[in-house]
Write a protein that binds this ligand. Structure first.
Ligand code: EPZ
Length: 421
């Protein structure tokens, strides 16, 4: 297992290119199952999660060609050969559940392994299942698999989510495009990834209104066509790299970044005293003074502060002047980066869903362990500012969501390298 070695202290200057959004791509790829036409995605990120989804789609009989060094995915589900998404693939990546809706809508049958929990929480899929039942799906749970059937096809219905779920919104949105009649999704997720998926489905011939608002209305159509769609910029990678000059010092432009993707996050970052400017090339982030001001953060569904940037912001706040509070409202166990940051000299107390971070004068490099995707990158950020060497082990977590992280940071002056195991 590879690890990443960071020697802290170097301020960062230059440009960081931001890739296409992992979490958009993981919903866009299953959309190929909705049509027998060719679906091509451009600006696709080169990540292990994308390769896992590719393997899953191929196991169903879809053709997935990775072109231009992985930046283009040319897909076709003209000849599906299986209706089963097996546990050995699904257990590697929860987003596999996103094949359930499209497969059921297209073929009337789908057998998908339950994903099981993960490091950050139980992460059930009950909202996905209830939503598909509202469209007429007949579901049975057997031997750890969901057996879904819609022999006469899905029919439009009303879905009202008790709380926001990104994945459940994506699953039912895709299914509704081929349901007979009108579907209304209430309390829908509003993330940019949902908007991007709706735009792609519309390009395929779907009739969708309201994406990005709490209520999405879909008029089912008989069939969808192929399309070519550019994956939206990854707002979580963007926010992550905005924090690199913030914590290490310096002045970096995140190429392709748009304020509209990270409004709440950028506002909190500016509240710490970091300057964020939208230029024609992207978002320019600079740390002018030496102080980082303490702030409070509470995660929320979009347009609130993203839970996927909570760990990274905590790394910055370990060096703030004063006491900060981070409240995690989305997942039940998303502070596993805290004990690792504490090993680097941070002062963090976790009580339930709130972490209290008392800023310290400096961090010390240490060997630390990655536990989940975003926790691992927060340790890299801390290493950029720490005195001495930080070695982050188990970086396969990192490779799920960040392409070539050491190259992107090294290009801006970071002293960072990957140590092959
Ligand atoms: C998506 O996960 C993202 N993953 C996550 O990013 C992100 O943290 C999350 O949305 C929230 O923004 C992808 O898009 C592939 P949810 P998802 O359904 O869809 C509970 C990353 O680091 N819930 O919005 O699984 C759930 O347990 C990953 O890139 C149910 O109870 O998240 C959580 O507490 C991590 N029942 C809350 O809702 C359900 O049926 C929000 O989950 C579904 C969810």
């Amino acid at each position: 297992m590879d690890s990443i070695l960071v020697r802290g202290g170097a301020p960062l200057h230059g440009d960081i290119p931001i890739a296409g959004a992992k979490n958009a791509c993981l919903a866009l790829m299953p959309a190929t199952l909705l049509t027998d036409g060719p679906l091509t995605l451009t600006n696709s990120p080169r990540l292990s999660d994308i390769r896992t989804m590719t393997t899953l789609l191929r196991s169903l009989g879809a053709e997935v060609q990775s072109l231009q060094d992985g930046k283009v995915l040319a897909m076709s589900s003209h000849d599906l050969t299986s209706d089963t998404a097996h546990y050995d693939i699904v257990r590697k990546m929860r987003a596999s559940i996103l094949v359930l809706g499209p497969l059921l809508a297209r073929t009337g049958r789908a057998i998908v392994s339950l994903p099981g929990g993960c490091a950050i929480g139980a992460r059930p899929v009950d909202l996905h299942l209830r939503a598909l039942e509202a469209l007429g799906a007949e579901l049975e749970l057997k031997d750890g698999y969901v057996h879904a059937a819609a022999p006469a096809g899905l029919k439009g219905g009303k879905v009202s989510f008790p709380f926001v779920s990104v994945g459940a919104t994506e699953n039912v949105l895709m299914a509704a495009t081929l349901a007979k009649g009108t579907s209304v999704i209430e309390n829908a997720a509003r993330e940019p990834e949902i908007v991007d998926l709706a735009r792609c489905l519309r390009a395929m011939g779907a009739e969708i209104e309201g994406e990005g608002t709490p209520t999405i209305t879909v008029e089912g159509v008989d069939a969808l066509n192929g399309a070519t769609h550019r994956v939206v910029t990854d707002r979580i990678e963007l926010g992550t790299y905005m924090l690199a000059p913030a914590i290490a010092g310096g002045d970096v432009t995140c190429l392709g970044g748009e304020m509209s993707l990270v409004q709440s996050f950028a506002e909190r970052l500016q509240a710490t005293g970091i300057s964020v400017e939208e230029t024609g090339r992207g978002l320019r982030v600079a740390r002018t003074g030496n102080r980082i001001g303490a702030i409070d953060v509470s995660t929320a569904p979009f347009p609130g502060f993203p839970t996927d940037l909570q760990a990274q912001m905590m790394a910055l706040l370990t060096l703030a002047d004063g006491v900060s509070h981070l409240e995690e409202t989305i997942f039940e166990n998303r502070f596993m980066h805290a004990p690792e940051l504490t090993r680097m000299g941070a002062n963090i107390e976790v009580h339930g869903g709130t972490a209290t971070v008392t800023g310290v004068a400096g961090l010390k490099g240490a060997p630390v362990m990655a536990t989940d995707l975003r926790a691992s990158v927060s340790l890299i950020l801390a290493g950029l500012a720490a005195e001495g060497e930080t070695t982050v082990a188990r970086v396969y977590h990192l490779d799920r969501g960040y392409e070539r992280v050491e190259e992107k940071l090294k290009a801006c002056g970071a002293d960072i390298e990957r140590i092959a195991a």
